[in-house]
Design a protein around this ligand. Sequence first.
Ligand code: F6R
Length: 298
Amino acid sequence: MIEDYMRWEQYILRRAPDFELKYDVGGRRYEIGPDDRVYVAGMGGSGVVGDLLRDLSALYDWPFDVVVVKDYFFRGRRGLMIAVSYSGNTVETITAAQEALRRGIPVVAITTGGRLAELGIPTIRVPKASAPRAALPQMFTAALWVLRRIYGIEFALPDSLPYDSALEERLKSVISRRPTIVAPASMQGVAYRVKNEINENAKMDSPVEILPEAHHNWIEGASSPLMALTSEQIPLEHRRRVEITVDLVGGELFKVDMTIGGVLTFLKHVGLATAKLALERGIDPLKTPRIDLIKQRL
Ligand code: F6R
């Protein structure tokens, strides 16, 4: 798993994957075109693709709203869906994709295979990794290429995701103190991914608070330690909120470059830090026995 994170830059899809814009499923015709709403369905390590796209689409004013779908149930009436499931067998994602099709909404799949790849919809197959969460670069960049093809959005892919041992050490030290993660709404996806990595790799609980809403409730009960996220690229209103929080409650501030390369570089270090924290505590970062058990029981 550690090797996977170190290899992340090799997982970035550097060329546009091909997929059909017009297709038939169950005798019905679907046409993918630019709509101002894009649903991104997916759970856990795959679902984070939608969270990150939501952050970036708002920051860079892309011409569509990203609506994240993390449930079986889907009630959209128009738009386009990108269904992301590493295994292709996650029941919530498959059910949401099928419901979108039933509602006449075209779906594009991003997966390594499984049942999602058998729905007869355009499917982008991404390379495998040690776990879904370790396959973020290929799933995330696949989704970006889909959006580029449909909307013509511009983005730059990083040549490398440089390893910084000092950042990894700082993350390890803060995360080992079991912090509450505080982030502005413009960085919600990054914050949830940090939480998920702490949960799944380090097997630790990890509360998240999102500003400005948390300034209307949580702040009264807040106690250190905090892991606060900010960025040069986010709105001034959000930056100020994060600064005030750290002034009031204390905590460690992490600046994230909210570009594709910056986000992947930061999250690579979060992956490394949480995996190494697990190993230091004698825990296997790769295994997720409770997640597996729940999937089996359903
Ligand atoms: C496990 C992991 C999980 C899965 C989630 C959904 O490594 O990251 O959060 O991503 O259970 O499964 P997939 O990604 O196969 O749809």
